[in-house]
Every structure is written in C-alpha cells, then in structure tokens.
Design a protein around this ligand. Structure first.
Ligand SMILES: [Ca+2]
Ligand SMILES: [Ca+2]
Ligand SMILES: [Ca+2]
Length: 210
C-alpha cells in the first residue's frame, strides 16, 4: 500500500486462516501515490515499485515477505503512475513512469537483478500525464503506451513501441479530465482498446483501436 500521509509502505501479510493480517512497515521518506508489485529481479520474490516525489523507488523482495533497502531513481517532477513490463527483447523487465507535472513519460530499462538504467524522457504527451498502461494498439506485437492527459478537454495519447523505444505520441480526444485507464478488447476485433475514466463529469470514454 502506498501512503501519502504516512509517507510509508505498509505490507499486509495474508495468512492461511484468511481474515487475520500482520502489518509491517519499511522505512520511507517521500510521498507515494502509486505502487506496483512485479518481478524485476528475476528471482522467486515479488518486488515493489513505487512513485516518489521526483521518481520511483524499488524495494526488492526477499524471504519471509521482507524487502531489501530502498533504491531510488530520478524520473520527472511529480510522477503519478508507474507500470512494469518488457518493452524490448532482452527479457529484463522495464519501468515506465507517467509524470503528472511535466506531462512526459519516462522509460527506465531493466539492467538485471532488479537494477534500472537512467530514466529516458519521451516528448510531452500532454500537459498532465495522469495514468499509463501498456497496450498493443497497432497489433504489431511491440508494447505501446496509452497515457491519459488529465485536462479539460482531455485526451489519451498513444506512443507506439518499436525496437528502439517509443515513437512520437498521437493524441485522441476523450471526455473531460481523463485520469484512470483500463486496457481490454471491447469490440469484436483482436486489437486492444482503451477505457479512460474521468473525475468530472464521471464519464468513461471508450477508445477503439483501428
Ligand atoms: Ca527490458
Ligand atoms: Ca504495438
Ligand atoms: Ca478492439
């Protein structure tokens, strides 16, 4: 769980009895709005990737539901979302950050053993990049990015993935203030589509791939 007020990571341990939990905290020092569980290090343990005030933190998992110390990476001026996945063919998971403050996305390529390279910025996709998800928008098997521009009027930007990284964004208008994103196949073709949810007026916009 990412706690904005407590500036901490709280781990709720599931137990076999089902209902009871133990709670532990790891040391932390920053605001965290999003966290993702993912296997970055290539071992048996699930790791945590969290946004910070100016980038991300990685907590590599270890035995017993514990974590190694925090490793921080700079990425933007106010990250709002983070995703983990393979954007290239090297089998090392990579990290993409949506930076709300600059409206850019940042790619941090995996270097193995849970380590990441420096954040590579991509051109501004919007004024305020609120959410980011992987999608294969054009069906070419390369992972693309869908990014919400949380403004009025708002848009969803698509950055097509290629072997070298991502191409320049293309923007598609959607309802006011899109924030969250979901990716799925909403019509009868085999291409992935996008649902963008809004704070105001509470609408959901569907963007079908073509
Ligand atoms: Ca990679
Ligand atoms: Ca693609
Ligand atoms: Ca579709």
């Amino acid at each position: 769980m990412a706690g904005e007020e407590a500036n901490s990571i709280s781990i709720l341990h599931g137990r076999s009895a089902g209902s009871s939990r133990r709670r532990r905290r790891s040391p932390a020092s920053t605001t965290r709005s999003r966290s993702r569980a993912a296997k970055l290090a290539g071992d048996h343990y699930t790791d945590l990737v969290c946004t910070t005030d100016d980038g991300i933190s990685v907590f590599r998992g270890k035995k017993g539901g514990k974590f190694h110390g925090e490793e921080t990476y700079a990425a933007g001026e106010g990250p709002n979302d983070v995703i983990v996945g393979r954007v290239d063919k090297d089998r090392k998971p990579d990290v993409v950050v949506a930076d709300y403050s600059s409206g850019r996305v940042f790619l941090l390529r995996g270097k193995g053993h849970g380590k990441l390279g420096d954040a590579k910025p991509y051109p501004a996709v919007s004024n305020s990049a609120a959410g980011v998800r992987f999608i294969d928008y054009d069906g070419d098997k390369h992972r693309d990015l869908a990014v919400t521009d949380s403004n009025n009027p708002g848009s969803v930007s698509i950055l097509l993935g290629k072997s070298h990284g991502f191409e320049a964004p293309k923007s598609f208008p959607v309802d006011v203030d899109p924030y969250g994103l979901a990716v799925g196949r909403f019509d009868e073709d085999k291409r992935q589509d996008i649902a963008a949810s809004s704070y105001d007026p509470g609408a959901i916009s569907i963007l079908l791939s073509k």
